[in-house]
Design a protein around this ligand. Structure first.
Ligand SMILES: [Zn+2]
Length: 548
Protein backbone atom coordinates (compact mmCIF):
# COMPACT_ATOMS: atom_id res chain seq x y z
CA UNK A 1 0.00 0.00 0.00
CA UNK A 2 0.41 2.69 0.58
CA UNK A 3 -0.90 4.62 3.05
CA UNK A 4 -0.14 7.63 1.09
CA UNK A 5 -2.09 9.63 3.59
CA UNK A 6 1.02 9.73 5.71
CA UNK A 7 3.36 10.30 2.82
CA UNK A 8 1.30 13.33 2.03
CA UNK A 9 1.56 14.42 5.62
CA UNK A 10 5.29 14.13 5.26
CA UNK A 11 5.35 16.36 2.25
CA UNK A 12 3.24 18.87 4.03
CA UNK A 13 5.68 18.63 6.90
CA UNK A 14 8.50 19.84 4.68
CA UNK A 15 6.55 23.06 4.49
CA UNK A 16 5.14 23.08 7.95
CA UNK A 17 6.32 20.84 10.74
CA UNK A 18 3.73 22.35 12.99
CA UNK A 19 0.80 21.27 10.88
CA UNK A 20 2.23 17.77 10.63
CA UNK A 21 2.51 17.51 14.40
CA UNK A 22 -1.01 18.77 14.76
CA UNK A 23 -2.23 16.11 12.35
CA UNK A 24 -0.62 13.45 14.45
CA UNK A 25 -2.04 14.79 17.67
CA UNK A 26 -5.43 14.24 16.17
CA UNK A 27 -4.60 10.57 15.62
CA UNK A 28 -7.28 8.40 17.08
CA UNK A 29 -6.41 6.63 20.29
CA UNK A 30 -9.84 5.53 21.48
CA UNK A 31 -11.54 2.88 19.44
CA UNK A 32 -15.24 2.31 18.98
CA UNK A 33 -17.38 -0.81 18.69
CA UNK A 34 -17.45 -0.17 14.94
CA UNK A 35 -13.62 -0.23 14.87
CA UNK A 36 -13.68 -3.60 16.61
CA UNK A 37 -16.32 -4.98 14.26
CA UNK A 38 -14.24 -3.82 11.32
CA UNK A 39 -10.83 -4.82 12.67
CA UNK A 40 -11.23 -8.07 14.57
CA UNK A 41 -11.98 -11.65 13.63
CA UNK A 42 -15.44 -11.67 15.19
CA UNK A 43 -17.31 -14.93 15.96
CA UNK A 44 -19.54 -14.11 12.97
CA UNK A 45 -16.45 -14.09 10.74
CA UNK A 46 -14.28 -16.85 12.07
CA UNK A 47 -16.64 -19.78 11.44
CA UNK A 48 -16.43 -19.52 7.65
CA UNK A 49 -13.56 -19.39 5.18
CA UNK A 50 -13.86 -17.39 1.97
CA UNK A 51 -13.32 -19.28 -1.25
CA UNK A 52 -14.84 -17.20 -4.06
CA UNK A 53 -16.55 -13.89 -4.86
CA UNK A 54 -18.47 -12.93 -7.94
CA UNK A 55 -18.88 -9.19 -7.75
CA UNK A 56 -21.43 -8.24 -10.38
CA UNK A 57 -22.22 -4.52 -10.56
CA UNK A 58 -23.49 -1.69 -12.69
CA UNK A 59 -21.71 1.66 -12.56
CA UNK A 60 -23.70 4.70 -13.67
CA UNK A 61 -21.23 7.57 -14.00
CA UNK A 62 -23.75 10.35 -14.58
CA UNK A 63 -25.59 9.43 -11.39
CA UNK A 64 -22.42 8.47 -9.48
CA UNK A 65 -24.31 5.34 -8.54
CA UNK A 66 -23.30 1.70 -8.07
CA UNK A 67 -25.73 -1.23 -7.78
CA UNK A 68 -25.49 -4.97 -7.99
CA UNK A 69 -24.68 -8.04 -6.00
CA UNK A 70 -21.85 -10.09 -4.63
CA UNK A 71 -22.05 -13.87 -4.59
CA UNK A 72 -19.97 -15.13 -1.70
CA UNK A 73 -18.81 -18.74 -1.61
CA UNK A 74 -17.40 -20.06 1.64
CA UNK A 75 -16.44 -23.21 3.48
CA UNK A 76 -17.98 -23.89 6.87
CA UNK A 77 -15.28 -24.28 9.54
CA UNK A 78 -17.47 -24.28 12.66
CA UNK A 79 -21.16 -24.53 13.32
CA UNK A 80 -22.82 -21.14 13.37
CA UNK A 81 -25.79 -19.48 11.74
CA UNK A 82 -24.96 -15.77 11.75
CA UNK A 83 -22.65 -14.26 9.16
CA UNK A 84 -21.05 -10.80 9.29
CA UNK A 85 -20.87 -8.94 5.99
CA UNK A 86 -19.43 -5.43 5.80
CA UNK A 87 -20.73 -2.53 3.73
CA UNK A 88 -20.16 1.08 4.67
CA UNK A 89 -22.76 3.78 4.72
CA UNK A 90 -24.10 5.42 2.61
CA UNK A 91 -24.11 2.20 0.54
CA UNK A 92 -27.17 0.11 1.40
CA UNK A 93 -27.30 -3.65 1.82
CA UNK A 94 -30.72 -4.39 0.34
CA UNK A 95 -31.16 -8.12 0.54
CA UNK A 96 -29.39 -11.40 1.22
CA UNK A 97 -30.41 -14.81 -0.16
CA UNK A 98 -29.27 -18.40 0.11
CA UNK A 99 -30.64 -21.00 -2.30
CA UNK A 100 -33.42 -18.61 -3.23
CA UNK A 101 -34.55 -17.92 0.32
CA UNK A 102 -34.42 -14.36 1.55
CA UNK A 103 -32.58 -14.01 4.84
CA UNK A 104 -33.03 -11.56 7.67
CA UNK A 105 -30.35 -8.95 8.19
CA UNK A 106 -29.57 -7.11 11.42
CA UNK A 107 -27.75 -3.88 10.57
CA UNK A 108 -25.17 -2.57 13.01
CA UNK A 109 -23.54 0.46 11.42
CA UNK A 110 -21.19 -0.78 8.70
CA UNK A 111 -21.50 -4.41 9.83
CA UNK A 112 -24.48 -6.48 8.78
CA UNK A 113 -25.41 -9.72 10.52
CA UNK A 114 -27.20 -12.18 8.29
CA UNK A 115 -29.17 -15.05 9.87
CA UNK A 116 -28.91 -18.21 7.79
CA UNK A 117 -31.83 -20.58 7.66
CA UNK A 118 -30.14 -23.72 6.40
CA UNK A 119 -27.94 -25.76 8.72
CA UNK A 120 -24.28 -24.99 8.10
CA UNK A 121 -22.46 -28.32 8.28
CA UNK A 122 -18.74 -28.24 8.92
CA UNK A 123 -16.89 -28.86 5.67
CA UNK A 124 -19.75 -27.76 3.40
CA UNK A 125 -19.12 -25.21 0.67
CA UNK A 126 -22.07 -22.82 0.47
CA UNK A 127 -22.99 -19.60 -1.27
CA UNK A 128 -24.97 -16.55 -0.35
CA UNK A 129 -25.86 -13.55 -2.49
CA UNK A 130 -25.93 -10.03 -1.13
CA UNK A 131 -27.60 -7.22 -3.06
CA UNK A 132 -26.66 -3.58 -2.62
CA UNK A 133 -26.73 -0.09 -4.10
CA UNK A 134 -25.98 3.52 -3.41
CA UNK A 135 -23.87 6.58 -4.01
CA UNK A 136 -20.51 5.43 -2.62
CA UNK A 137 -18.31 7.74 -0.62
CA UNK A 138 -16.51 9.96 -3.07
CA UNK A 139 -12.74 10.03 -2.83
CA UNK A 140 -11.77 13.67 -2.61
CA UNK A 141 -8.03 13.18 -2.29
CA UNK A 142 -7.51 9.63 -3.52
CA UNK A 143 -5.78 7.47 -2.61
CA UNK A 144 -5.32 9.13 0.77
CA UNK A 145 -8.97 9.20 1.72
CA UNK A 146 -10.40 6.41 -0.44
CA UNK A 147 -13.71 5.73 -2.13
CA UNK A 148 -14.62 6.33 -5.76
CA UNK A 149 -12.95 9.08 -7.84
CA UNK A 150 -15.53 10.37 -10.33
CA UNK A 151 -13.32 12.42 -12.62
CA UNK A 152 -13.20 13.53 -16.25
CA UNK A 153 -10.29 13.26 -18.67
CA UNK A 154 -9.12 16.14 -20.91
CA UNK A 155 -11.71 15.18 -23.51
CA UNK A 156 -14.44 15.36 -20.88
CA UNK A 157 -14.91 11.58 -20.86
CA UNK A 158 -15.68 9.93 -17.55
CA UNK A 159 -12.52 8.77 -15.78
CA UNK A 160 -13.43 6.75 -12.71
CA UNK A 161 -11.46 4.65 -10.24
CA UNK A 162 -11.83 2.98 -6.88
CA UNK A 163 -9.21 3.12 -4.12
CA UNK A 164 -9.87 1.91 -0.61
CA UNK A 165 -6.75 0.92 1.28
CA UNK A 166 -7.16 1.31 5.01
CA UNK A 167 -10.73 2.50 4.70
CA UNK A 168 -11.65 -0.90 3.28
CA UNK A 169 -13.27 -2.43 0.23
CA UNK A 170 -16.64 -2.29 1.98
CA UNK A 171 -16.69 1.40 1.13
CA UNK A 172 -17.90 0.35 -2.34
CA UNK A 173 -18.84 -3.35 -2.27
CA UNK A 174 -20.11 -5.82 0.34
CA UNK A 175 -17.55 -8.35 1.54
CA UNK A 176 -15.83 -9.91 4.53
CA UNK A 177 -13.73 -6.82 5.08
CA UNK A 178 -10.79 -8.12 7.07
CA UNK A 179 -7.28 -8.81 5.81
CA UNK A 180 -6.90 -12.28 7.33
CA UNK A 181 -9.21 -14.07 4.90
CA UNK A 182 -8.85 -13.96 1.13
CA UNK A 183 -10.89 -15.63 -1.59
CA UNK A 184 -8.99 -18.20 -3.66
CA UNK A 185 -10.34 -16.74 -6.87
CA UNK A 186 -12.79 -14.10 -8.00
CA UNK A 187 -14.88 -12.85 -10.89
CA UNK A 188 -15.54 -9.14 -11.33
CA UNK A 189 -18.30 -8.15 -13.76
CA UNK A 190 -18.76 -4.43 -14.32
CA UNK A 191 -21.43 -2.88 -16.50
CA UNK A 192 -20.58 0.60 -17.85
CA UNK A 193 -21.77 2.91 -20.66
CA UNK A 194 -20.66 1.28 -23.92
CA UNK A 195 -18.13 3.94 -24.90
CA UNK A 196 -16.10 3.35 -21.73
CA UNK A 197 -13.86 0.44 -20.76
CA UNK A 198 -13.66 -1.08 -17.29
CA UNK A 199 -10.34 -2.56 -16.22
CA UNK A 200 -10.25 -4.70 -13.10
CA UNK A 201 -7.93 -7.39 -11.71
CA UNK A 202 -6.86 -10.55 -13.49
CA UNK A 203 -7.73 -11.28 -17.10
CA UNK A 204 -10.53 -10.00 -19.30
CA UNK A 205 -12.63 -13.03 -20.20
CA UNK A 206 -15.64 -11.54 -21.97
CA UNK A 207 -17.19 -8.25 -23.03
CA UNK A 208 -20.97 -8.29 -23.45
CA UNK A 209 -22.87 -5.53 -25.24
CA UNK A 210 -26.22 -4.93 -23.56
CA UNK A 211 -28.18 -2.04 -25.14
CA UNK A 212 -26.14 1.11 -24.68
CA UNK A 213 -23.90 -0.53 -22.07
CA UNK A 214 -21.14 -3.08 -21.97
CA UNK A 215 -20.29 -5.57 -19.24
CA UNK A 216 -16.64 -6.39 -18.70
CA UNK A 217 -16.02 -9.77 -17.06
CA UNK A 218 -12.62 -10.10 -15.35
CA UNK A 219 -11.37 -13.32 -13.78
CA UNK A 220 -8.77 -13.55 -11.00
CA UNK A 221 -7.32 -17.03 -10.49
CA UNK A 222 -5.19 -16.31 -7.44
CA UNK A 223 -6.01 -15.34 -3.86
CA UNK A 224 -6.70 -11.62 -3.67
CA UNK A 225 -7.06 -9.22 -0.76
CA UNK A 226 -10.17 -7.05 -0.60
CA UNK A 227 -8.48 -3.67 -1.00
CA UNK A 228 -6.67 -4.97 -4.08
CA UNK A 229 -9.95 -5.42 -5.95
CA UNK A 230 -10.59 -2.42 -8.17
CA UNK A 231 -12.58 -0.85 -10.97
CA UNK A 232 -11.04 1.63 -13.39
CA UNK A 233 -13.33 3.10 -16.00
CA UNK A 234 -12.22 5.37 -18.81
CA UNK A 235 -11.56 5.96 -22.46
CA UNK A 236 -8.65 3.52 -22.40
CA UNK A 237 -6.37 2.21 -25.09
CA UNK A 238 -4.34 -0.92 -24.53
CA UNK A 239 -0.87 -2.09 -25.48
CA UNK A 240 0.95 -5.16 -24.30
CA UNK A 241 4.08 -7.28 -24.39
CA UNK A 242 5.13 -10.74 -23.36
CA UNK A 243 7.88 -10.90 -20.78
CA UNK A 244 9.99 -14.02 -20.61
CA UNK A 245 10.31 -14.42 -16.86
CA UNK A 246 11.24 -16.97 -14.24
CA UNK A 247 8.02 -18.92 -14.63
CA UNK A 248 7.75 -18.64 -18.40
CA UNK A 249 5.84 -16.14 -20.49
CA UNK A 250 4.13 -13.38 -18.56
CA UNK A 251 1.55 -11.15 -20.23
CA UNK A 252 2.15 -7.51 -19.38
CA UNK A 253 -0.73 -5.26 -20.33
CA UNK A 254 -1.02 -1.50 -20.18
CA UNK A 255 -4.20 0.56 -20.17
CA UNK A 256 -3.86 4.33 -20.56
CA UNK A 257 -6.01 7.21 -21.75
CA UNK A 258 -5.93 7.43 -25.53
CA UNK A 259 -4.04 10.73 -25.57
CA UNK A 260 -1.29 9.42 -23.26
CA UNK A 261 -0.40 6.41 -25.38
CA UNK A 262 2.94 7.67 -26.72
CA UNK A 263 4.14 8.91 -23.31
CA UNK A 264 3.13 5.61 -21.73
CA UNK A 265 4.96 3.55 -24.34
CA UNK A 266 8.18 5.29 -23.29
CA UNK A 267 7.64 5.43 -19.52
CA UNK A 268 6.28 1.90 -19.14
CA UNK A 269 9.52 0.46 -20.53
CA UNK A 270 10.38 0.45 -16.83
CA UNK A 271 7.78 -2.26 -16.16
CA UNK A 272 9.77 -5.18 -17.66
CA UNK A 273 12.93 -3.72 -16.06
CA UNK A 274 11.11 -3.79 -12.73
CA UNK A 275 10.06 -7.38 -13.36
CA UNK A 276 13.63 -8.47 -14.07
CA UNK A 277 15.03 -6.79 -10.95
CA UNK A 278 12.30 -8.01 -8.58
CA UNK A 279 12.33 -11.59 -9.85
CA UNK A 280 16.07 -11.52 -9.17
CA UNK A 281 15.62 -10.29 -5.60
CA UNK A 282 12.29 -11.82 -4.55
CA UNK A 283 11.73 -14.78 -6.85
CA UNK A 284 9.06 -15.25 -9.47
CA UNK A 285 6.28 -12.76 -9.98
CA UNK A 286 3.44 -14.19 -7.86
CA UNK A 287 0.55 -13.82 -10.32
CA UNK A 288 1.54 -15.30 -13.69
CA UNK A 289 -1.95 -16.78 -14.12
CA UNK A 290 -3.50 -13.33 -13.74
CA UNK A 291 -0.93 -11.39 -15.84
CA UNK A 292 0.56 -8.03 -14.86
CA UNK A 293 -1.09 -4.74 -15.73
CA UNK A 294 -0.44 -1.05 -15.30
CA UNK A 295 -3.64 0.97 -15.45
CA UNK A 296 -3.77 4.76 -15.64
CA UNK A 297 -5.99 6.38 -12.98
CA UNK A 298 -6.94 9.92 -11.94
CA UNK A 299 -4.97 9.65 -8.66
CA UNK A 300 -1.34 8.84 -7.78
CA UNK A 301 -1.47 5.04 -7.75
CA UNK A 302 -2.06 1.89 -5.73
CA UNK A 303 -0.86 -1.68 -5.60
CA UNK A 304 -4.08 -3.22 -6.88
CA UNK A 305 -3.18 -6.85 -7.47
CA UNK A 306 -2.33 -7.69 -11.10
CA UNK A 307 -3.72 -4.28 -12.12
CA UNK A 308 -1.35 -1.85 -10.49
CA UNK A 309 -2.77 1.63 -10.89
CA UNK A 310 -0.70 4.52 -12.11
CA UNK A 311 -1.08 8.30 -11.93
CA UNK A 312 2.48 9.60 -11.62
CA UNK A 313 2.33 11.77 -14.73
CA UNK A 314 4.69 9.61 -16.84
CA UNK A 315 7.63 11.15 -15.01
CA UNK A 316 10.41 9.70 -12.90
CA UNK A 317 10.53 10.25 -9.15
CA UNK A 318 7.55 10.63 -6.83
CA UNK A 319 5.44 13.19 -8.70
CA UNK A 320 8.74 14.34 -10.17
CA UNK A 321 10.53 14.55 -6.82
CA UNK A 322 13.32 12.50 -5.29
CA UNK A 323 12.33 11.28 -1.82
CA UNK A 324 16.00 10.73 -0.97
CA UNK A 325 17.50 14.01 -2.25
CA UNK A 326 20.44 11.99 -3.57
CA UNK A 327 19.51 12.09 -7.24
CA UNK A 328 18.89 8.34 -7.30
CA UNK A 329 15.16 8.80 -6.79
CA UNK A 330 14.94 10.40 -10.24
CA UNK A 331 16.38 7.33 -11.95
CA UNK A 332 13.04 5.50 -11.86
CA UNK A 333 9.30 6.05 -11.80
CA UNK A 334 8.39 5.74 -8.12
CA UNK A 335 4.85 4.52 -8.76
CA UNK A 336 5.81 1.82 -11.27
CA UNK A 337 8.56 0.46 -9.03
CA UNK A 338 6.99 0.90 -5.59
CA UNK A 339 3.44 -0.20 -6.40
CA UNK A 340 4.61 -3.17 -8.45
CA UNK A 341 6.96 -4.15 -5.62
CA UNK A 342 3.81 -4.69 -3.59
CA UNK A 343 2.89 -7.65 -5.78
CA UNK A 344 5.40 -9.58 -3.66
CA UNK A 345 4.93 -7.77 -0.33
CA UNK A 346 1.23 -6.92 0.18
CA UNK A 347 -0.47 -8.95 -2.53
CA UNK A 348 1.34 -12.28 -2.28
CA UNK A 349 2.51 -11.94 1.34
CA UNK A 350 -0.34 -10.09 3.03
CA UNK A 351 -0.63 -8.95 6.64
CA UNK A 352 -3.45 -10.59 8.62
CA UNK A 353 -3.98 -7.40 10.60
CA UNK A 354 -3.17 -3.91 9.30
CA UNK A 355 -1.27 -3.28 12.53
CA UNK A 356 1.42 -5.37 10.78
CA UNK A 357 1.38 -3.29 7.62
CA UNK A 358 5.15 -2.80 7.82
CA UNK A 359 5.29 -6.22 6.11
CA UNK A 360 3.87 -4.45 3.06
CA UNK A 361 5.53 -1.08 3.28
CA UNK A 362 8.96 -1.66 4.80
CA UNK A 363 9.87 -4.37 2.29
CA UNK A 364 8.34 -2.48 -0.63
CA UNK A 365 10.10 0.78 0.24
CA UNK A 366 13.27 -1.25 0.55
CA UNK A 367 12.56 -2.80 -2.87
CA UNK A 368 13.11 0.63 -4.47
CA UNK A 369 16.74 0.55 -3.32
CA UNK A 370 17.10 -3.03 -4.58
CA UNK A 371 15.86 -1.90 -7.97
CA UNK A 372 18.55 0.79 -7.97
CA UNK A 373 21.15 -1.68 -6.82
CA UNK A 374 20.26 -4.08 -9.64
CA UNK A 375 20.83 -1.42 -12.30
CA UNK A 376 23.25 1.05 -10.73
CA UNK A 377 25.18 -0.92 -8.13
CA UNK A 378 25.16 -1.47 -4.39
CA UNK A 379 26.34 2.03 -3.52
CA UNK A 380 23.41 3.61 -5.37
CA UNK A 381 20.87 1.55 -3.45
CA UNK A 382 22.55 2.31 -0.14
CA UNK A 383 22.75 6.06 -0.78
CA UNK A 384 19.07 6.11 -1.70
CA UNK A 385 17.85 4.29 1.39
CA UNK A 386 20.11 6.34 3.68
CA UNK A 387 18.96 9.53 1.94
CA UNK A 388 15.37 8.78 2.87
CA UNK A 389 16.16 8.78 6.62
CA UNK A 390 15.40 12.48 6.81
CA UNK A 391 11.73 11.58 6.37
CA UNK A 392 11.55 9.46 9.52
CA UNK A 393 9.19 10.95 12.10
CA UNK A 394 9.74 8.66 15.11
CA UNK A 395 6.30 9.66 16.28
CA UNK A 396 4.73 6.28 16.99
CA UNK A 397 5.88 2.66 16.71
CA UNK A 398 5.83 1.04 13.29
CA UNK A 399 3.44 -1.66 14.51
CA UNK A 400 -0.06 -0.30 15.02
CA UNK A 401 -3.00 -1.41 17.16
CA UNK A 402 -4.34 -4.91 16.66
CA UNK A 403 -7.99 -5.83 16.08
CA UNK A 404 -9.25 -2.29 15.39
CA UNK A 405 -8.03 -1.80 11.79
CA UNK A 406 -5.34 0.65 12.86
CA UNK A 407 -1.99 0.73 11.12
CA UNK A 408 1.20 1.99 12.76
CA UNK A 409 3.32 5.04 12.03
CA UNK A 410 4.23 6.17 8.53
CA UNK A 411 7.72 5.23 9.69
CA UNK A 412 6.84 1.79 8.32
CA UNK A 413 8.17 3.24 5.04
CA UNK A 414 11.43 5.07 5.65
CA UNK A 415 12.40 3.69 9.03
CA UNK A 416 11.27 0.22 8.02
CA UNK A 417 13.47 0.14 4.93
CA UNK A 418 16.39 1.49 6.97
CA UNK A 419 15.82 -1.26 9.52
CA UNK A 420 16.10 -3.83 6.71
CA UNK A 421 19.17 -2.11 5.25
CA UNK A 422 20.77 -2.18 8.72
CA UNK A 423 19.92 -5.84 9.13
CA UNK A 424 21.62 -6.62 5.84
CA UNK A 425 24.89 -5.18 7.23
CA UNK A 426 24.72 -7.68 10.10
CA UNK A 427 24.42 -10.55 7.64
CA UNK A 428 27.55 -9.57 5.65
CA UNK A 429 26.55 -12.03 2.97
CA UNK A 430 24.59 -10.72 0.00
CA UNK A 431 23.76 -14.18 -1.29
CA UNK A 432 22.28 -15.21 2.05
CA UNK A 433 20.37 -11.94 2.21
CA UNK A 434 18.82 -12.52 -1.20
CA UNK A 435 18.01 -16.11 -0.29
CA UNK A 436 16.16 -14.83 2.77
CA UNK A 437 14.11 -12.41 0.63
CA UNK A 438 13.30 -15.15 -1.86
CA UNK A 439 12.66 -17.61 0.94
CA UNK A 440 10.06 -15.31 2.51
CA UNK A 441 8.27 -15.26 -0.82
CA UNK A 442 8.30 -19.03 -1.07
CA UNK A 443 7.36 -19.71 2.55
CA UNK A 444 4.47 -17.24 2.62
CA UNK A 445 3.43 -17.35 -1.06
CA UNK A 446 -0.20 -16.22 -1.41
CA UNK A 447 -0.70 -16.22 2.36
CA UNK A 448 -1.77 -13.85 5.09
CA UNK A 449 0.80 -13.62 7.88
CA UNK A 450 1.66 -12.00 11.20
CA UNK A 451 4.75 -10.02 12.22
CA UNK A 452 5.74 -12.94 14.45
CA UNK A 453 5.82 -15.34 11.50
CA UNK A 454 7.98 -12.95 9.47
CA UNK A 455 10.33 -12.24 12.40
CA UNK A 456 10.73 -15.94 13.12
CA UNK A 457 11.39 -16.76 9.49
CA UNK A 458 14.07 -14.06 9.15
CA UNK A 459 15.75 -15.02 12.43
CA UNK A 460 15.82 -18.67 11.43
CA UNK A 461 17.18 -18.19 7.92
CA UNK A 462 19.75 -15.60 8.95
CA UNK A 463 20.67 -17.73 11.98
CA UNK A 464 20.43 -14.79 14.37
CA UNK A 465 18.24 -14.10 17.36
CA UNK A 466 16.64 -10.86 16.24
CA UNK A 467 14.10 -10.55 19.06
CA UNK A 468 15.53 -7.34 20.53
CA UNK A 469 16.39 -5.97 17.09
CA UNK A 470 12.76 -6.15 15.95
CA UNK A 471 11.44 -5.05 19.34
CA UNK A 472 13.63 -1.96 19.15
CA UNK A 473 12.80 -0.88 15.61
CA UNK A 474 9.21 -2.09 15.22
CA UNK A 475 7.75 -1.67 18.69
CA UNK A 476 9.39 1.50 20.03
CA UNK A 477 10.22 4.93 18.67
CA UNK A 478 13.64 4.76 20.26
CA UNK A 479 16.64 4.94 17.95
CA UNK A 480 19.73 3.26 19.45
CA UNK A 481 22.26 5.92 20.35
CA UNK A 482 25.94 5.13 20.58
CA UNK A 483 27.62 7.26 23.22
CA UNK A 484 31.37 7.32 22.90
CA UNK A 485 34.52 9.10 23.97
CA UNK A 486 38.13 8.53 23.11
CA UNK A 487 41.27 9.50 24.88
CA UNK A 488 44.68 8.69 23.46
CA UNK A 489 44.50 4.95 22.68
CA UNK A 490 41.22 4.11 24.38
CA UNK A 491 37.71 4.18 22.95
CA UNK A 492 34.83 3.94 25.41
CA UNK A 493 31.31 3.30 24.15
CA UNK A 494 27.85 2.13 25.08
CA UNK A 495 24.25 2.20 23.79
CA UNK A 496 21.54 4.35 25.29
CA UNK A 497 17.91 4.62 24.22
CA UNK A 498 17.58 0.86 23.74
CA UNK A 499 15.24 -1.91 24.79
CA UNK A 500 16.53 -4.35 27.39
CA UNK A 501 19.07 -6.73 25.91
CA UNK A 502 19.63 -4.81 22.65
CA UNK A 503 23.23 -5.42 21.58
CA UNK A 504 23.41 -4.97 17.81
CA UNK A 505 27.00 -4.99 16.53
CA UNK A 506 28.02 -2.06 14.31
CA UNK A 507 30.84 -1.27 11.94
CA UNK A 508 32.94 1.77 12.73
CA UNK A 509 36.07 3.40 11.45
CA UNK A 510 38.89 4.23 13.82
CA UNK A 511 41.59 6.25 12.06
CA UNK A 512 40.24 5.02 8.73
CA UNK A 513 40.49 1.39 9.80
CA UNK A 514 37.29 -0.68 9.91
CA UNK A 515 36.28 -2.44 13.11
CA UNK A 516 33.23 -4.23 14.42
CA UNK A 517 32.03 -2.94 17.79
CA UNK A 518 29.73 -4.93 20.04
CA UNK A 519 28.02 -2.30 22.16
CA UNK A 520 25.36 -2.90 24.78
CA UNK A 521 23.99 -0.85 27.67
CA UNK A 522 27.26 -1.06 29.64
CA UNK A 523 30.36 1.03 29.03
CA UNK A 524 33.08 -0.93 27.28
CA UNK A 525 36.64 0.01 26.35
CA UNK A 526 38.50 -0.79 23.17
CA UNK A 527 42.26 -0.36 23.38
CA UNK A 528 44.18 0.54 20.25
CA UNK A 529 47.92 0.34 19.58
CA UNK A 530 47.98 3.86 18.19
CA UNK A 531 46.52 7.13 19.29
CA UNK A 532 42.89 7.52 18.15
CA UNK A 533 42.40 10.61 16.01
CA UNK A 534 39.09 9.96 14.27
CA UNK A 535 36.04 7.81 14.92
CA UNK A 536 32.96 7.37 12.71
CA UNK A 537 30.04 4.96 12.60
CA UNK A 538 29.27 3.33 9.24
CA UNK A 539 26.28 5.18 7.77
CA UNK A 540 24.67 1.92 6.65
CA UNK A 541 23.59 1.36 10.25
CA UNK A 542 20.53 3.30 11.29
CA UNK A 543 21.60 4.45 14.75
CA UNK A 544 22.47 7.80 16.25
CA UNK A 545 25.92 8.50 17.64
CA UNK A 546 26.84 11.00 20.29
CA UNK A 547 30.38 12.01 21.28
CA UNK A 548 30.69 12.81 24.96
ZN1 LIG B 1 3.34 1.18 -0.59
Amino acid sequence: MINYKYLLFLFISFLSLASFAQGLLQEKTNFSRQDTLRGSITPEREWWDLSYYHLDIKVEPDKKFISGKNTIQYKVLKENSVMQIDLQSPMKLLKATQNGNELTIKHDGNAHFISLIEVQNVGDVNRIEVYYEGHPKEAVRAPWDGGISWKRDKNNNHFIASSCQGLGASVWWPCKDHMYDEVDSMKISVNVPYKLINVSNGRLRLVERIGDTKTYHWVVKNPINNYGVNINIGDYVNFSEVYNGMAGNLDMDYYVLSYNLEKAKVQFKQAPKMMEAFEYWFGQYPFYADSFKLVEVPYLGMEHQSSVTYGNGFKNGYLGRDLSNTGWGLKFDFIIIHEAGHEWFANSITNKDVADMWIHESFTSYSESLYLEYYFGKEAGAEYVIGKRKNIANDRPIIGCYNVNKEGSSDMYFKGENMLHTLRQLVEDDKKWRQMLRGLNRAFYHQTVTTKQVEDYISKTLEKDLTEFFNQYLRTTKIPTLEYKFDKKNLEYRYTNIVKGFDMPIQVKINDEEHWLFPNAEWQTLKQDDRINTFTVDKDFYIFSKPL
